[in-house]
Design a protein around this ligand. Structure first.
Ligand code: IPE
Ligand code: IPE
Ligand code: MG
Length: 248
């Protein structure tokens, strides 16, 4: 779909979905994971090339240990059950965050799924796991400084295209649309730099209930908006945006 290549989602509200029904939080997470399968299908039907899902933040380690281990278990289950589907649909899996700090069982399944899908070019499912924007910036600055020390990079030539190559999202275009479910209207340390010019869509619906039609509504809302990237509305209707101007 022209103009909409990349949708990022903060999948929030699993716990409240469960509480409303008198169920344990993990039941909400279970329903959340099955909803991921549904949203993957819709995104694919709409020919959205990149879908980024916020699955676990660096801050989520502060949750009770039982909830963390259930989430890790669900993640393993998801990877095991869906790798074949990703291969069938020719979707490349990508991870952003610090996967090396995840439990070994998750890392193994992740590695297998990444390996099995690495050659696909057209569609990308990017999962944010143990992700935080500030951690990402620190990792990028560290890697850049190491390259400077080795003489491989020059701080005098640092511009946005160069710096963005050190981010976890290297090679992936910025999200056009950021969706957050559950009624919260905050970013929670997600893709702070990459969402500089993303359109935001906040839905009151809890993630397990955020279905096909809700996703389509978000996409339609996106298409009704005018993205100006700092220009005037008149300029935007007259000429396409000069991407280079965004990168200074
Ligand atoms: C989102 O749902 C899933 C994760 C953060 C892993 P929550 O678990 O945050 O659900 P609420 O916000 O407590 O309802
Ligand atoms: C953001 O949701 C993280 C994920 C969806 C994985 P949180 O539920 O952790 O965010 P806060 O704490 O409400 O900001
Ligand atoms: Mg939450």
């Amino acid at each position: 779909m022209p103009g909409l290549q990349h949708v990022a989602i903060i999948m929030d509200g699993n716990g409240r979905w469960a509480r409303q029904r008198g169920l344990p939080r993990i039941e909400g997470h279970r329903r959340g994971v099955s909803n991921v399968r549904e949203i993957l299908k819709v995104a694919r039907d709409l020919k959205i090339r990149t879908l980024t899902l916020f699955a676990f933040s660096v801050e989520n380690w502060q949750r009770p240990p039982e909830e963390i281990s259930s989430l890790m278990g669900l993640l393993e289950f998801f990877l095991e059950r869906n790798t074949r589907e990703l291969v069938k649909n020719k979707v490349r899996l990508r991870v952003i965050g610090r996967p090396e700090e995840l439990p070994e069982g998750v890392q193994k399944k992740l590695h297998a799924a990444l390996e099995a899908t690495k050659d696909f070019k057209d569609y990308v499912l990017q999962v944010a796991l143990n992700y935080g924007s500030r951690t990402e910036v620190l990792d990028a600055v560290r890697a850049f400084s190491e390259d400077v020390a080795k003489g491989k990079a020059d701080p005098n030539h640092l511009d946005w295209p160069l710096f963005s190559r050190y981010l976890y999202t290297d090679g992936i275009p910025d999200p056009d649309l950021l969706i957050r479910t559950s009624g919260e209207t905050r970013i929670s340390n997600f893709l702070l730099l990459q969402c500089a010019y993303s359109e935001m869509f906040f839905s009151p619906v809890f993630w397990p209930d955020f279905g096909r039609q809700h996703f389509i509504d978000a996409v339609e809302s996106f298409h009704r908006r005018q993205r100006r990237f700092g220009k005037t509305g008149e300029q935007v209707t007259e000429a396409p945006t000069d991407e280079a101007a965004l990168n200074r």
